[in-house]
Write a protein that binds this ligand. Structure first.
Ligand SMILES: N[C@@H](CCC(=O)N[C@@H](CS)C(=O)NCC(=O)O)C(=O)O
Length: 341
């Protein structure tokens, strides 16, 4: 009897399940279009990447990626709002729908990509973990950091890499991790730690916030791979495509010599790759549910990848970073976008 009752209950549950409406696949594009702007999760303030000025205007290479997505969707890079997120809270904010994407110096790792219900759509900055120390210590190599106390942030790959590195090299260390980036910087600044460790680009950025930036050196070694890129929720492929191709459009534009200053004249180019990029041939935008001139608007308003790199983190900025591994593949770097065709 008990068995029969169980079978009955199970089949009733099954019937109920089939009667329930099937949950529609998430449509972030539609939500964004109805809302009228993109919600982009950024850092709490990292010069060159995502940083607010005194008027509260955000800028940086990550911020430009958010703007590019807005330009692709709305034809203007202004329809975007920024949500500052700590390293620890960033994935929850994305999962819960508080933001439509993360563009926040976030390392693409297998665990994050496969276990958190999120997807990485590319790499907008190739980085690696480094260390900054006081110049007066005369340290030149990470190998000399045995016994050091390290300031950094909670919920980062930084903590995990440091554990691996020190263990592998039989070195002792004390990790002092903070939730807020500025807390870590100020702890290092006031001498609470011997070293500050994070992505090397961020070391250059955070050094600018120290009382005497010149009194600190960034060690040349890197101890990890930190491919930093935008992140979306898993399961909404169309939205993922829009974010992925917004970045790819900027890379392809650089490769084809299309810039924010020459994009209007480039409209009369006979180069088939440029015509496809600018939406004058094919239906590449329509295939993603947006206008065919999506990339034209990205280039017109934000520029190509070289423009955003040089404007935010390049040689003539306070960060002074060379293109290095972030050069295009044809110039010996790692930045390579699949073709628009
Ligand atoms: N790329 C690493 C580290 C990212 C990270 O959050 N770094 C800190 C230290 S620079 C940071 O971004 N702080 C700025 C902030 O939280 O606003 C990761 O994805 O875990």
């Amino acid at each position: 009897m008990k068995k029969l009752a169980e079978i009955f209950a199970a089949s009733a549950a099954l019937t109920l399940l089939t009667l329930l409406p099937v949950r529609a696949a998430e449509d972030t594009l539609q939500v964004v279009q109805q809302r009228g702007y993109v919600k982009c999760g950024v850092s709490q303030g990292l010069p060159g990447f995502s940083n607010p000025d005194d008027k509260g205007n955000w800028n940086g290479i990550d911020v430009d990626l958010c703007r590019a997505v807005a330009a692709a969707v709305f034809g203007t890079d202004e329809k975007v709002k920024f949500t500052p997120l700590s390293a620890k809270e960033r994935f929850t904010a994305l999962q819960s729908g508080e933001v439509d994407l993360l563009a926040r110096n976030t390392t693409w790792s297998m665990h994050r990509d496969t276990a958190l219900g999120v997807d990485f759509t590319g790499v907008n900055y190739y980085d690696g973990q480094g260390f900054m120390v006081r110049a007066e210590l005369g340290i030149t190599s990470t190998k000399e950091l045995d016994g050091a106390s390290l300031c950094t942030n909670l919920g980062t790959t930084t903590e995990l890499n440091a554990a691996d590195y020190f263990r592998t090299h039989n070195m002792q260390y004390e990790m002092v991790a903070f939730e807020k980036a500025d807390e870590a910087v100020s702890a290092y600044n006031t001498g609470r730690c011997d070293a500050y460790t994070t992505d090397q680009s961020a070391l250059y950025a955070q050094r600018l916030k120290l009382t005497d930036p010149k009194a600190h050196v960034v060690l040349p070694q890197i101890i990890s791979k930190e491919p930093l890129g935008p992140v979306v929720r898993q399961g909404d492929n169309q939205w993922g495509d829009i974010v992925r191709w917004s970045h790819n459009a900027m890379l392809n534009a650089e490769e084809l010599g299309v810039t924010s200053s020459n994009v209007e004249t480039m409209k009369s180019s006979t180069n088939p790759s440029i015509k496809r990029l600018l939406g004058l041939d094919g239906s590449f935008g329509a295939n993603m549910g947006i206008s065919n001139d999506w990339a034209y608007h990205i280039i017109r308003t934000v520029g190509n990848y070289a423009e955003t790199f040089e404007r935010n983190v390049g040689k003539d900025t306070p960060l002074g970073i060379a293109r290095g591994v972030n050069a295009l593949w044809k110039d010996g770097g790692l930045q390579y976008a699949p073709p628009i065709r």
